[in-house]
Design a binder for this molecule. Structure first.
Ligand code: NAG
Ligand code: NAG
Ligand code: NAG
Ligand code: NAG
Ligand code: NAG
Ligand code: NAG
Ligand code: NAG
Length: 508
């Protein structure tokens, strides 16, 4: 998880003293944003059974695991590779080693212990994890489950043997008849037609999207620095269709002009080059690159009713992005010249150098693609040679339905999309690639992400405050408010600054 630590949620729960803490932390947000109640479960509800993920306002997705029988609600994070839980785990065995992971925001440190973990119906004895003690930044019962490759695991490194392997490696090794893959389906809060919260599976697919297994296999780009290995793949050359329907010229002065993308379920807002962000948002009349309250770097802000159709292309398969994801109403930019609230472009201009990949596709992208990650031979110590790891993606967004959703939610039911007249394309501002093309640097992502995420986190805090404030008001009035309505008057008054701990220029 590279995004929002439980401590922020805890902090927010303190802001709302009148709300019982558990309620503040576990707000059932889905279905509230946009004011749509428990309207019939639509397309994605074809998914049978109960969702394995809870979706907190499109900001983070969590699942429940047990450790020695105790339940923990953990963030699912394809961008990291370790498990930590907060609180004492009864009967856990101490390995005598200490582990620490520095996330973008916050960190965890504690004894590495082993216990029986249950996750997605699998029972893993002697699973190594970091037992994080409860403190002001770590809420009891929370945690993070890293779903990345074991080569990037800090616990594995600390123990120095396969006894430190992450949960998934353990599952794949123990169950030789289970295929070495996971799938992730992220729901969209505020979507009037698809209200399924989300699912995560191990070794099986979610019906009716089983045909993800016949999608093109995107080879995982292997990093020379195994500690920096992530779930990455190549975007097609010029593989983004901009709002004018033409492919955006993406350039990279190496690697066949293709950009490498990292898929990170723990990252709320995708990160693209400044040029790509310009081509998506900069041509909209009224769009300005502005300092958004809480953000560490300027973000594109634009009228909330702006419908932008953007599509990503992997191996000739198009992934249309739902316009509710491209221009997010969950976060507010400064009011425009007429005093109207503005929305924010979710594909943020990346503000720092990253190593080994060029784009981070987080939740705003992943809500549009059902993702299968086949670990292949990346499973630590696997006996059988099963092949190279790959990723398969199945498009989930139907442009016509997405358009209808957008008209309903952001255009008050009247299709004004023909009124959008894009300005001329901005001059291309150079290289869209990261400064280096492989992970050869000794520095791993852990060290660099903080810069990027600090901004997202601060932004996330704002969103969360708005959501909680909105829901709180709503619940007292028994009426839900739309997030694109004017913000609740200011942020909750508080005697301390929620952002003071999150300096964008600080390295963690
Ligand atoms: C996880 O457990 C909590 C508390 O029991 C519950 O409220 C939540 O719905 C569960 N989440 C999922 C995805 O089942
Ligand atoms: C997979 O293997 C386990 C034991 O290793 C066995 O209990 C289970 O029935 C097997 N499942 C299938 C589908 O063969
Ligand atoms: C996969 O299955 C879904 C659900 O049945 C269907 O809507 C979609 O068109 C299929 N996609 C492909 C590429 O076969
Ligand atoms: C994109 O690249 C093509 C070929 O290099 C060029 O003809 C075209 O003008 C470029 N478009 C933009 C908007 O820069
Ligand atoms: C954002 O804020 C920084 C410092 O507060 C300032 O230097 C910069 O000019 C601002 N950028 C914009 C686009 O307003
Ligand atoms: C994509 O389509 C083009 C033209 O139809 C074709 O030349 C190319 O080989 C295809 N690429 C992939 C990865 O399938
Ligand atoms: C976006 O795409 C939808 C579906 O193809 C279309 O109806 C709508 O007019 C498009 N909107 C804009 C602003 O291009």
């Amino acid at each position: 998880m590279k995004f929002l630590t439980p401590s922020l949620l805890l902090y927010l729960s303190f802001l709302l003293n009148d709300v019982p803490k558990t309620q503040a932390i576990h707000l059932p947000i889905q279905g509230r944003i946009g004011g749509f109640g428990s309207g019939g479960l639509a397309r994605r509800a074809g998914v049978t059974g109960t969702p394995d993920l809870s979706n907190q306002g499109n900001l983070q997705y969590q699942t429940n695991i047990t450790v020695n029988g105790q339940q923990f609600q953990v963030l699912i994070d394809t961008g990291s590779s370790d498990l930590y839980v907060v609180g004492n785990v009864n009967g856990a065995k101490d390995t005598g080693k200490t582990g620490s992971v520095t996330y973008a925001i916050g960190s965890t440190k504690g004894p590495i212990k082993t216990a029986t973990v249950e996750f997605e119906g699998f029972k893993i004895p002697n699973q190594a994890f970091i037992e994080q003690s409860v403190d002001s930044e770590h809420t009891e019962g929370s945690g993070i489950i890293g779903l990345g490759p074991s080569s990037a695991s800090e616990i594995r490194g600390a123990l120095g043997n396969s006894g430190g392997d992450p949960v998934l490696d353990r599952i794949f090794k123990q169950n030789s008849n289970t295929s070495n893959y996971i799938t992730i389906l992220l729901g969209r809060a505020g979507d009037p037609t698809d209200t399924f919260a989300g699912d995560i599976t191990v070794g099986e697919t979610v019906s009716p999207f089983d045909n993800v297994t016949s999608q093109p296999k995107l080879p995982v780009t292997e990093m020379s620095n195994r500690g920096g290995q992530h779930w990455t793949a190549m975007l097609d050359k010029n593989g983004i269709i901009g709002p004018d329907g033409n492919r955006i010229n993406t350039t990279k002065h190496a690697t066949g002009n293709k950009l490498t993308v990292m898929f990170d379920s723990g990252f709320t807002f995708p990160q693209v080059s400044a040029n790509i962000a310009n081509q998506i948002y900069g041509r909209v009349p009224g769009a300005v690159l502005a300092n958004v309250s809480g953000g560490s770097a300027p973000m594109w802000t634009l009228p909330c009713s702006t419908e932008l159709n953007v599509t990503f292309i992997f191996q000739n398969v198009s992934f249309p992005i739902h316009p509710l994801d491209t221009v997010t109403s969950a976060l507010q930019g400064p009011p425009d010249s007429s005093g109207n609230p503005t929305c924010v472009g979710a594909f943020q201009p990346i503000t720092t150098n990253i190593q080994g990949f060029d784009i981070i596709l987080g939740m705003s992208f992943l809500r549009n693609a059902y993702m299968l990650i086949n670990f292949g031979d990346f499973v630590d110590g696997s006996l059988a040679k099963v092949g190279d790891p790959y990723i398969q993606l199945l498009p989930l967004t139907d442009p016509a339905e997405a358009h209808a959703d957008f008209v309903k939610i952001r255009m008050d039911g009247i299709d004004k999309s023909a009124d959008l007249h894009l300005l001329p394309a901005l001059p291309d501002s150079g290289d869209d690639g990261s400064s280096r093309d492989d992970g050869s640097s000794q520095d791993t992502l852990h060290k660099y992400l903080p810069y990027i995420i600090a901004g997202s986190v601060a932004v996330g805090v704002i969103i969360l405050i708005l959501i909680i404030a909105a829901s709180y008001r709503a619940s007292t009035k028994r009426k839900y408010r739309r997030l694109h309505d004017p913000a609740p008057a200011g942020l909750p008054a508080s005697n301390s600054d929620p952002f003071q701990n999150y300096q964008p220029t600080r390295r963690y």
